[in-house]
Design a protein around this ligand. Structure first.
Ligand SMILES: [Fe+2]
Ligand SMILES: [Fe+2]
Length: 408
């Protein structure tokens, strides 16, 4: 039984999911109604847990309640009748409507013997918790401790890694005021496409990092050329195009592991075209990674919808027409079609990211019902219906940023 528990929990690296898996296993093995794993946060001297089936996190000072008692004393607590025991706090039952009868709580220790959390099980189905249950819980707790510590370590490292990648992306965006926020938006659009396409979590992660870093090679492009307002000469244009190859060679120096090893290739192939006339490698259709094909679509969408110099945004139907025109030469049809299915409220919240607070909730709710296929259909309708007019008007107000002008 312990081997089965060990193998089940060893498969989970994400802290949230891991805790849930452990709680389920314990309930099964001990034949009881509830199990909560509390984790000790030494820095804040608090105990926290995700409530068994609710999403909310609970947090309290590390000396309170049964769990606090276990943390303080380091001893197992086995209570056959909760309401007859003064360590038990009946207020929580009052708030939740639950009726606690029996409690078994045990400390969770790491390899150094330090307490890192508490297991608390409630309401044994038959009778009360036995000495054997105590031993079983102790064994499961020992098994879980290492895995929980690893998951915490992994989570912390991931936070460091993520903030590092985001910082790199913002250094690129900061170099060119014309494309401010570009990498961030590409990442958000790509995530929307990934949702439409039901990509796996792993693919989404590779896509997210690749999107944030896709133009990193611009670090090697001279600023005078990057920000030049006049027409570029042929040589200057070639120099800018080099950014894709630079993205690849720079990112190859990062020691990515696992699925993230594909990041340099995926990030640097965002200017490839399926007809083979793109750069840096001139790959054709099936040679181009699918995540790069996604980046290609969202990269062009963002370029077209950004305000360059003094221009206002290109009208939305023209943007969508430009994407359609690229199907079969520049873009893989699959990803343009997926892009068309992104709901308009989600597009707007990325387009107007800087003014999120000004987007009216009721408008977003209206736009949630439509994607850009609906928009184009309404836009081209010779006799648009009332609701079609409303859709166009609502979207346009934000898209053309009329809502930012005084008096509108
Ligand atoms: Fe680029
Ligand atoms: Fe780009």
């Amino acid at each position: 039984m312990l081997l089965k528990v060990a193998s089940t929990i060893s498969r989970e690296m994400q802290l949230d999911k891991l805790l849930r898996v452990i709680m389920d296993e314990v309930k099964n093995v001990l034949q009881c109604d509830r199990c909560t794993v509390f984790v000790l946060d030494r820095e804040r001297n608090e105990i926290w847990s995700k409530v068994a089936h609710g999403e909310k996190e609970i947090r309290f000072p590390a000396h309170l309640g049964i769990a606090g008692h276990v943390v303080t004393t380091g001893r197992v607590i086995n209570i056959p009748d909760a309401y007859a025991d003064d360590r038990f706090n009946p207020n929580i039952d009052k708030q939740t409507g639950y009726h606690t009868q029996t409690i078994l709580a045990a400390p969770m220790r790491n390899k150094l013997g330090e307490i890192i959390g508490v297991f608390q099980t409630l309401n044994k189905f038959e009778g009360h918790f036995t000495t054997e249950d105590e031993e079983t819980l102790d064994a499961i707790s020992a098994l879980s401790a290492t895995q929980i510590e690893n998951a915490q370590l992994y989570e912390n490292q991931k936070k460091t890694f993520d903030s590092f990648i985001e910082t790199l992306a913002s250094t690129i965006d900061a170099r060119d005021p014309l494309t401010a926020g570009h990498s961030q938006r590409i990442m958000l659009y790509a995530a929307e496409l990934a949702r439409v396409l039901h990509l796996s979590e792993k693919e989404m992660e590779v896509l997210r990092i690749s999107a944030l870093l896709h133009d990193y090679g611009k670090i090697a492009v001279r600023e005078s050329i990057l920000t030049k307002e006049d027409r570029l000469t042929e040589t200057e244009y070639k120099h800018i195009r080099n950014h894709a190859a630079y993205t690849k060679s720079i990112l190859e120096n990062i020691n990515f592991s696992g699925a993230l090893r594909q990041v340099p290739l995926i990030a640097s192939s965002h200017h490839e075209r399926i007809d083979g006339t793109g750069y840096p490698a001139g790959l054709v259709d099936e040679q181009i990674p699918k995540l790069s094909k996604i980046l290609a679509v969202v990269d062009v969408f963002d370029a077209l919808t950004s305000k360059r110099h003094y221009r206002t945004r290109m009208p939305f139907h023209e943007v969508m027409q430009t994407l359609s025109a690229g199907i079969g030469t520049q873009f893989d049809p699959l990803y343009v079609n997926a892009f068309r299915q992104i709901k308009l409220n989600r597009l707007l919240t990325i387009l107007e990211q800087e003014h999120l607070a000004l987007l009216r909730k009721s408008d977003l709710t209206l736009l949630e019902e439509y994607d850009s296929i609906d928009y184009i259909a309404a836009f081209q309708a010779p006799y648009p219906l009332e609701q079609e007019k409303r859709l166009i008007l609502t979207f346009q107000t934000y898209y053309m940023q009329q809502y930012l002008q005084p008096g509108t």
